[in-house]
Design a binder for this molecule. Structure first.
Ligand code: TXA
Ligand code: MG
Length: 314
């Protein structure tokens, strides 16, 4: 096993990770740029490879609840949410366990840590084989579109990062991030688990981070940004523009066009979002115009990403 083009096996990936090397790994949401979360040098390399600001903490990935319990404390509500959604695309921001074996940079000096147990089989296998938690942000240079295929990772890092190919991501949107302490769960980032599903499992409303006074430091307004400007809430397409459509009623256009889901299925739209934005970005249009997407269910997370891609997030 040598160059980055060779097919990595789970065992190869685990060996590299144990040696402090960064490896892009598949998850059900997006590909992650993984490092041994207990190795400060390896974690530092993540920040360098992504040009990521150091104040922006990382999500720690575990193969199951048992390892997660070694790094974080689980208030009763967190236990309930973990039971309902793990393995799966829910990240819990929890009190960091004193003495947790984690590089300090992982949680950027905060007293909390973000943990998640991915559903993707290969992701859990590789963490299991490393035997230590893996810190992994999305495998894109900071501020750019998140990759949902191994090929997109190779393009993003010009082949410089070894990639464990686990096929296209089945969710296509990052995990939902929820902070859990004593009170109601607080939504820090909408994502692949809709807010309603969390409220139902918790038996209470999910609070918004603005009201609760906490935030995910990484939620910058401009993020997931293509190079081409985005125009949201479009009903018409002008000469030279590309169209990102949704549903059956797409306006006619001769220009480049992708439909996130002709059948108006939000799950399909989520899966296609980053790949289609990337394809339209490469078309060299003056702007990408985006049709409205309903704000229900997964629509909340899709619209969040679109607003950030347009640099318009609040
Ligand atoms: O689906 C996902 O979550 C993907 C895959 C690879 O697991 N990961 C991902 O990581 O999206 P990243 O680094 O792109 O986004 C993590 C977000 C950032 O906005 C960061 O600020 C926030 O999580 N975060 C991490 N630790 C936190 C903490 N202790 N408190 C608040 N926010 C935190
Ligand atoms: Mg990211």
């Amino acid at each position: 096993m040598s160059g980055t083009r060779d097919e990595l096996s789970v065992a190869d990936a685990a060996e590299l990770l144990r040696g402090g090397v960064l490896v892009a790994i598949p998850t059900e949401t997006v590909y992650g740029l993984a490092a041994d979360a207990t190795n400060p040098d390896a974690v530092l390399r993540i920040f360098e490879a992504k040009s990521r600001p150091r104040f922006n903490p990382l999500i720690v990935h575990c193969p199951g609840r048992e390892m997660a319990e070694t790094i974080a404390e689980f208030p009763p509500l967190a236990g309930k949410l973990a039971e309902t959604f793990w393995p799966g695309p829910l990240t819990l921001v929890l009190p960091r366990r004193p003495g947790a074996r984690l590089a300090d940079l992982v949680s950027a000096g905060l007293l909390t840590v973000a943990v998640r147990v991915p559903r993707h089989e290969m992701a859990r296998q590789v963490i299991e084989e490393v035997g230590r938690p893996l810190a992994a942000p999305s495998a894109n240079p900071s501020g750019r579109l998140s990759p949902t295929t191994a090929e997109a990772v190779r393009e993003a890092f010009a082949g410089a990062v070894p990639v464990l190919d686990g096929g296209p991501c089945t969710e296509g949107l990052e995990s939902t991030i929820v902070a859990v302490g004593d009170g109601a769960p607080v939504l820090l980032r909408p994502g692949a688990v809709p807010r309603d599903a969390i409220a139902q499992a918790a038996g209470m409303e999910v609070a918004d981070h603005a009201g609760a006074g906490i935030a995910a430091p990484g939620m910058l307004a401009t993020h997931y940004a293509p190079i081409t400007p985005l125009r949201l809430h479009a009903s018409d397409v002008r000469q030279g523009e590309a169209l990102l459509a949704f549903g059956p009623g797409a306006p006619a256009t001769d220009g480049p066009m992708r439909n996130l889901s002709p059948a108006a299925d939000l799950g399909e739209a989520a899966r296609n979002l980053f790949a289609y934005l990337g394809e339209l970005d490469a078309a060299g249009a003056d702007a990408i115009v985006v049709m409205d997407i309903p704000e229900q269910g997964l629509g909340e997370a899709i619209n969040d990403r679109l607003k950030r891609a347009a640099g318009m997030a609040s």
